[in-house]
Design a protein. Sequence first.
Length: 450
Amino acid sequence: MKQAPPLSRAPAPLPRRDFLKGCAGGLGALLLPPALAADTAAAGARERTPARIVIVGAGAAGLTCASLLARRLEGARITLVDARQAHYYQPGYTLVAGGIKPAGYPVSTTREHVPAGVEWVAEAAAEIDPEARHVTTRAGRILPYDFLIVACGLELDYAAIDGMDEARIGQDGLGSIYHSPEKASATWALLSRFADTGGVGVFLRPGTEMKCAGAPLKYAFITDDHLRRRGLRGKAELIYNANNKVLFSVPIVSEKVRMLFEDRGIEVHYDRILTAIDPGRRIATFSTPDGPAQLGYDFINVIPPMRAPGLVRQSPLPWREGPYAADGWIQVDPHSLRHVRYPEIFAVGDVAGVPKGKTAASVKWQAPVAVDHLVAALRGTESPLSYDGYTSCPLITRLGRAMLVEFDYRNNLVPSFPGVVAPLEELWVTWVMKTMALKPTYISMLHGHV
């Protein structure tokens, strides 16, 4: 692997009081791309239309799109379809599983985020028929649309791991930070016990696309730091299993993480994908180019394969060939998020079949683009906005320090705070962003303040 170029040193950070003030009052505006900010400001006049717009999914992407459309349209019938009563701030799961935030930290309700003027159908969508242009719910309700936004996230496929039992997460050394706030909290209890005893800790990522690919890495770093703080790092062996030949899809970030892992004594195995687990014996089995390999563990953080929900996979919307076909990701233009075969359909968030963008920060950039293209279609015009693949990962590298990793489709680093937050440097200010500032920004995004 080639050595990364020398990294520049970070400038002196802002005084803590000034930085925290900026986080509380203006972080959302700072994170907003200038082109989108200008468009939002220019969109003061609401477009009158009788259009029927259905949004499938009331997660981060669906709620943000609903709020933006409610602000920009007058007379439209906007319907949000999702049975979930609880809303989860999923970037908070790692903080819960790391003992940094309580179990209730990521939890709110869907109702409190549904914008005025938007109808919420609290039922699960069962079928999307793009030819008939309607969505059918599990209760049998048929919802016709003129435009459809699919924002139903992804599916955690624990069943693809032989022997995996979700009910046992939190027992027998079996952790998983992605499952739910409750299981993230149970995983923290396991990690805390492991940090008190030592042993073998196993970490991994799946062979599929996944949301927030930095989460498995940061959890390995968090585990390392807890062991060090309790004076037991010498009694623990930490092993990270990469699904391919790199640790991160962006080469310079991968090399930085490799160097940090080497410095912290975290062993790396490449080309390993978890295929089976025996919680009773505490043995994990991985596929490798040389055949199956087994690892015994005292603690393991299981990240399951991730796929588009069955609702999407069983529809005509996914890619038919290429790298996104097998797991059912929706075939959209990567820059407009518009379906390539059904122009009245958009996909935003995790379910979109694009090279980057499965993070909450990506939704902040994707949603205004998709909504602007939809509104332009109502006007009979073209939108100039384009999503460039912006993805952000505040990568915790130890308690109290993190790197702000931001990049685009071309793997270019695209820092939002040049001169303040240096990319790939372990900084206190980035830790504050992750643990204090990003959740308020996220909630603001749900309400259309992008």
